[in-house]
Design a protein around this ligand. Structure first.
Ligand SMILES: [Fe+2]
Length: 303
């Protein structure tokens, strides 16, 4: 039994996002939202190990795109993982900033149902262009005319999911010449119009602030407090003059520091350690998750 199912740290908090179709708060997400718990994003090479022994994981994040085309033994292993641990489904192909692909959305919705996922998340970016999938998280324009289109996409996604949809801030490397809305304000507008929750990636805040010459703490505090309900932590690389969101190293000291500020402002929320390149042994990821858990624990009981 996972720590989550066995109780964990409940504090009765209620997040202010409301994203399923009938307005009810899904009990499994409510339970997770009430817990300031930390875990890892599942990587294929760790699946057998996770299934071979009981690890005290409160939940795991699964990158949906890695499994959408699979129906064999790997998918069966994934289902076995989902039977043991609650699953938060994460995507990179929804492309809320351009046009949502119907077939992709339906496949993700089916997977969320099959794995009994507690939430589905993707990024405030675009990854599909007319006739092409770019397999990257390209920056959208931060301009007034794009907001209604993004809201329509979010509502369409919400209408197909039976669990809440969360939107994540991406690492940014440049801006468009005519951008005239700040990222925090954009998330406020999207949350106000659709109720969409926010997956706050603290490393992405740090990388964006560095690359765009912003104050990381001010950027962090600009996001809608009532929308934030999950966190990501990851490593980045310095490639002067930029920082690059590589997900291939440990979370750095500055990002841990920013994470503490996030917890102080937004509260403790389910947190995932992301690691996609040069993936270390499972125990190293679990150690990072333990550190996040430790940092959140003092505020877990704060409403
Ligand atoms: Fe992330």
């Amino acid at each position: 039994m996972s720590g989550f199912e066995s109780g964990g740290v409940f504090n009765g908090k209620t997040a202010a996002f409301n994203t399923n179709r009938d307005g009810a708060y899904p009990p499994r997400l409510q339970s997770l939202a009430d817990n300031a718990v930390a875990s890892i994003s599942l990587r294929e090479q760790h699946m057998a190990e996770l299934l071979s022994a009981d690890h005290p994981l409160p939940f795991v994040e699964i990158l949906a795109d890695n499994f959408l085309a699979m129906r064999g033994v790997h998918y069966q292993m994934l289902q076995a993982v989902a039977e043991r641990y609650p699953v938060a489904l994460h995507c990179v192909g929804m492309s809320v900033g351009s046009e949502v692909n119907s077939a992709y959305l339906m496949r993700v919705a089916l997977m969320a149902k099959e794995l009994n996922a507690i939430s589905v998340s993707d990024h405030l970016s675009l990854s599909q262009l007319p006739g092409a999938v770019v397999h990257d998280l390209l920056p959208i324009c931060y301009q007034e005319p794009v907001i209604s289109g993004i809201c329509a996409n979010i509502k369409r996604i919400q209408s197909q999911l039976e669990v809440p949809f969360l939107l994540e801030n991406v690492s940014r490397y440049t801006t468009y010449r005519d951008d005239n809305i700040q990222e925090g304000e954009l998330f406020h507008r999207l949350h106000d119009a659709t109720g969409v929750g926010m997956l706050l990636d603290v490393n992405n805040v740090y990388v964006t602030a560095h690359n765009l010459n912003l104050d990381a703490e001010l950027l962090l505090l600009s996001y809608p407090r009532q929308a934030v309900c999950q966190y990501h932590l990851a490593g980045h690389q310095s490639r002067p003059p930029l920082l690059v969101d590589t997900h291939g190293s440990h979370v750095c000291a500055e990002v841990w520091e920013l994470y503490l500020k996030a917890i102080a402002h937004f509260g403790g929320h389910p947190t995932i350690i992301e690691w996609d390149n040069d993936i270390p042994p499972l125990v190293e990821l679990l150690t990072s998750a333990d550190r996040a858990q430790h940092l959140m624990t003092p505020v877990a009981g704060v409403a």
